[in-house]
Write a new protein. Structure first.
Length: 442
């Protein structure tokens, strides 16, 4: 690993005792332990014997690094590879929402999807999550990861700059901002972050985060919460910035009760509380998180209910009033999602919403990948269980060896979880697994 920046080390040295500072330095020479978060909607036995992450019952620490691209269970959305410290958002969510959960939530900087898929698993079924990413290619990765997990009943993915949300005055009662930062907690795995680090860049990151919060805080309703996080240890980007936000926007800082043996360090500045995850104290990357509550405003914006559209019935789909057709595309949307989508459609750039079930081509219905990965069964297609070898062949885009007699479309499964569809045409099958998702080398 490259040498850590001298001024960074000087700042960190002032935070710790001599012995603890040495432990901090030594942690940067160690490997980052891999961790995964099990999908609560897709039960599997694999990983059940591994240690559980203290602040997330679905989080598991791996004993050795793995190549997940060769695991059909990863492709089925049974788990998500996520850094362990960031899973603290589950504990934070449960401590602030003790009686009711948010109706409309926003993950402003959501790609690649770890924190937003975690949030989606915590919301009510009638809540709506907007997961946003400003960079187009990253927005597509965000979409892919949400589809793979298959839990996004009430999801809207947008691609917008934070300032484009300004028309949504007091629209959300919960917001997550994982702010772009100087990345000091990432030095162990990202040499580019370390080479580009400087005190000047830290200051630029702090100013950018101020602009992000100034743009997005008007969209937070009175009594709503904003969870702010970074992967850096710089106070200017962390507790000092949160202190500025509380003074500027009439916010209160929330103090949390984390067990001492979790290794999370609390800091306090003028009544503002923040929480650091240092690499020598927790098994994970570096993280800072702080939560603010909004004290002023008129409350969550009420939206007019959407008119119920005409539902459609396709023999291969389970009947549902939430299934509709748009220009040949078949979509599954709840009323709550349609209400939010109608309100924001002229204000934000919507990349994806609802569940894409498939499309009509003449008299044929071609199922979409989202239908295969969704945690509920919304179709009547017959299923074929694959072993690992056949599953990997399918995921590479090849024609798996299937012993079928009747022509038609089949859902291929692995350990009873959907992988994707094929159309058996007699002597071979057409593979419907999306080409960008296919395993190219392993």
């Amino acid at each position: 690993m490259n040498k850590l920046p001298a001024s960074f080390l000087e700042r960190m040295k002032s935070k710790f005792s001599e012995g603890e500072f040495q432990d901090f330095q030594n942690a940067y020479e160690s490997k980052i332990p891999q961790s995964i978060r099990l999908n609560p909607k897709k039960n599997i036995q694999k990983f059940s014997e591994l240690p559980t992450i203290p602040w997330n019952e679905n989080g598991k620490l791996l004993s050795e690094n793995q190549m997940f691209i060769t695991d059909p269970l990863w492709h089925s959305g049974a788990y998500y590879v996520q850094e362990s410290s960031s899973m603290i958002l589950r504990e934070i969510f449960h401590q602030i929402f003790t009686e009711s959960k948010p109706k409309r939530a926003l993950d402003l900087c959501a790609a690649p999807g770890g924190k937003s898929t975690l949030l989606q698993s915590l919301l009510y079924e009638n809540s709506v999550l907007i997961a946003n990413e400003v960079i187009k290619p990253r927005a597509q990765i965000l979409k892919e990861n949400h589809i793979r997990l298959g839990i996004s009943e009430n999801l809207i993915i947008t691609q917008n700059d934070p300032k484009q949300f300004t028309e949504l005055d007091e629209f959300f009662d919960y917001i997550q901002v994982d702010a772009p930062c100087s990345g000091e907690g990432m030095f162990r795995k990202d040499d580019i972050a370390m080479r580009e680090w400087s005190e000047a860049n830290c200051q630029l990151c702090a100013e950018r985060s101020k602009r992000i919060l100034a743009d997005i805080l008007p969209t937070l309703a009175k009594d709503g919460y904003l969870a702010y996080s970074t992967c850096t240890f710089n106070p200017k980007e962390n507790e000092e910035l949160v202190n500025w936000a509380c003074e500027e926007f009439d916010l209160s800082s929330i103090q949390f009760d984390f067990p001492e043996n979790w290794g999370i360090e609390e800091v306090e500045l003028n009544g503002v509380f923040g929480y650091y995850f240092y690499p020598h104290k927790v098994q994970g990357e570096g993280l800072f998180v702080s939560v603010m509550k909004k004290n002023s405003g008129f409350g969550l914006l009420n939206l007019p209910d959407s008119k119920k559209g005409k539902s459609i019935q396709i023999p291969d789909l389970v009947e549902s009033e939430n299934i509709k057709e748009e220009n040949g595309m078949i979509i599954w949307e709840t009323n709550e999602l349609k209400t939010v989508k109608n309100y924001i459609s002229k204000k934000l750039n919507i990349v994806y919403s609802g569940i894409d079930l498939g499309e009509l081509k003449g008299k044929d219905f071609i199922p979409a990948q989202a239908l295969a990965n969704f945690h509920q069964k919304l179709h009547h297609f017959p299923e074929v269980e694959l072993d690992e070898k056949s599953a990997l062949e399918f995921l590479r885009g090849n024609d798996p060896d299937l012993d079928l007699e009747k022509k038609g479309i089949y859902l291929l499964t692995y350990e009873n979880l959907g992988l994707g569809f094929v159309k058996f045409i007699g002597n071979r099958s057409n593979n419907y697994y999306p080409k960008p998702w296919r395993i190219k080398n392993y």
